[in-house]
Design a protein around this ligand. Structure first.
Ligand code: PMP
Length: 283
């Protein structure tokens, strides 16, 4: 039995219900976060909670708790469920109100939900890398907001999945933006390239931690978008996300990357990243 937060009530998951006029259910009018837990320890929770509040602010959704209280609630949930390694999913919507596109006038109470899921680290992918395909980035123009509206990502990921690939690398015209649920990176002649932070991508927490790793290992970083052609000709490619950590990309469409296995720099970044994980054995 697993507990969840529904607003300020800690309850059994089976007892929780969603109202049909919840704006998250009808409009995707809300935001979410995923926080990784290693051996019972929350990883970069503060950064995730900060982003949660920033995104809520962008959508003018009022979170009725302080950041400290939120942190405490998430910590309590992990303890209560005795979560080892896995993640916390949390979301907040604008709440329940008669259906109109514009914001409801009576300022409904936002609906907050958080639950935990057990899940081992993706050891096989981390060691061997994954295959990817290019897909058109058909998402909206505020990809910096971690919104519940995920159809553009869902469709791209489904196409990748149907083709036996782990991730869809998205591009607007010729410009590579990010993965459907990850940030993407290329390394060419000892320099790391990635899309700059703006409205076209989500500022990944794992991206930030990984860039710190690059500084530590002396890998120069250039935050400049790559074209599809440049992306395909990189010596090494990888992606980052909370659940995928630093996952090497060994194929994009029909192109095999480098030697077809994770590159030297990617390995070094992975090692520097692992050194930051709480109580983890290096794989
Ligand atoms: N971009 C998109 C579109 C994502 O969905 C995610 C995963 N939430 C990321 C990047 C990576 O973000 P993070 O490292 O914070 O998980």
């Amino acid at each position: 039995m697993s507990k969840i937060w529904l607003n300020e009530q800690l309850m059994e998951q089976q007892q929780a219900t969603v109202q049909i006029e919840d704006r998250g259910f009808q409009f995707g009018d809300g935001i979410y976060e995923v926080i990784k837990v290693y051996n019972g320890n929350l990883f970069t929770a503060e950064q995730h909670i900060d982003r949660f509040y920033r995104c809520a602010d962008e959508l003018k959704i009022v979170i009725p708790y302080t950041k400290d209280k939120m942190h405490q609630m998430i910590y309590e949930l992990v303890e209560e469920n005795e979560l080892g390694t896995g993640h916390v999913y949390m979301q907040i919507t604008r709440g329940v109100a008669p259906r109109t596109h514009y914001f409801p006038g009576n300022n409904p109470q936002a609906t907050f939900v958080a639950y935990t899921t057990e899940g081992a680290r993706p050891v096989n992918n981390l060691k061997n890398g994954v295959k990817t395909i290019f897909q058109d980035d058909i998402r909206w123009l505020r990809c910096d907001i971690k919104s519940l509206n995920l159809l553009g990502a869902v469709l791209a990921k489904q196409t990748a999945h149907e083709q036996g690939c782990y991730e869809a690398v998205l591009h607007r015209d010729e410009i590579v933006t990010e993965g459907s649920s990850s940030n993407v990176f290329g390394i060419k002649e000892g320099v790391l390239y990635t899309h700059p932070i703006n409205n076209y991508i989500l500022n990944g927490i794992t991206r930030m931690v990984m860039l710190e790793c690059c500084r530590e290992i002396g890998l120069p970083v250039v935050e400049e978008a790559m074209t599809k052609t440049q992306f395909k000709s990189m010596d090494e490619l990888f992606l980052t996300s909370t659940t995928s950590e630093v996952t090497p990309i060994v194929q994009i469409d029909e192109v095999v990357v480098g030697e077809g296995h994770p590159g030297e720099w990617t390995r070094k970044i992975q090692q520097a990243f692992e050194a930051k994980l709480p109580n983890m054995l290096v794989i």
